[in-house]
Design a protein around this ligand. Structure first.
Ligand code: CA2
Length: 148
């Protein structure tokens, strides 16, 4: 088993179409392609899921058990509100890296709190689409330590 789940939450399907000054001009499809390429270099595969619905994100996390060795998640605005997503990540015990395109700590106060952070290996934010690739590298290093 060497598949990584790349999970994107609400409104991230709009990437590259609106608010490029905040979220960049890269589309989600471009980010997913870049993740696939980087994963291949690291000898992993990826499965990409995007949903605007909290329950669907939770279902994808539950279904990750036995299918995925790691999770990279940008939970979008649910990051700041969803105890249910936090509980789902904690329950599956799969190494998870949190990603945000923008630097959530340099934005409005309500974005500073993340419910995903306490159940993640770490958080990468503020580097745009590159953050997903950094997360992939971090996950691969973590997984290789477990394999040693
Ligand atoms: O910086 C990030 O990646 C965020 O997770 C993006 C979320 C925001 O609520 C978080 O605080 C930080 C918002 C995603 C909205 O994406 C859009 C993309 C294009 C146009 C409009 C929204």
């Amino acid at each position: 088993m060497s598949d990584i789940l790349v999970l994107n939450g609400p409104n991230l399907n709009l990437l590259g179409t609106r608010q490029p000054e905040v979220y960049g001009s890269t589309t989600l499809a471009m980010i997913e392609d870049a993740c696939r390429d980087r994963a291949q270099t690291l000898r992993y595969t990826v499965t990409c899921v995007q949903s605007n619905h909290e329950g669907e994100l939770i279902d994808a996390i539950h279904a990750a058990r036995g299918r995925h060795v790691g999770i990279i998640i940008n939970a979008g605005a649910y990051t700041h509100s969803s105890i249910a997503l936090m509980d789902a990540i904690a329950s599956v015990e799969i190494p998870t890296v949190e990603v945000h395109l923008s630097n959530i700590h340099a934005r409005e106060e309500f974005r500073h709190r993340s419910y995903i952070a306490p159940v993640s290996l770490g958080q990468i934010c503020g580097f745009g689409a590159t953050g997903y690739l950094l997360a992939m590298e971090a996950l691969a290093v973590h997984l290789s330590k477990g394999a040693a």
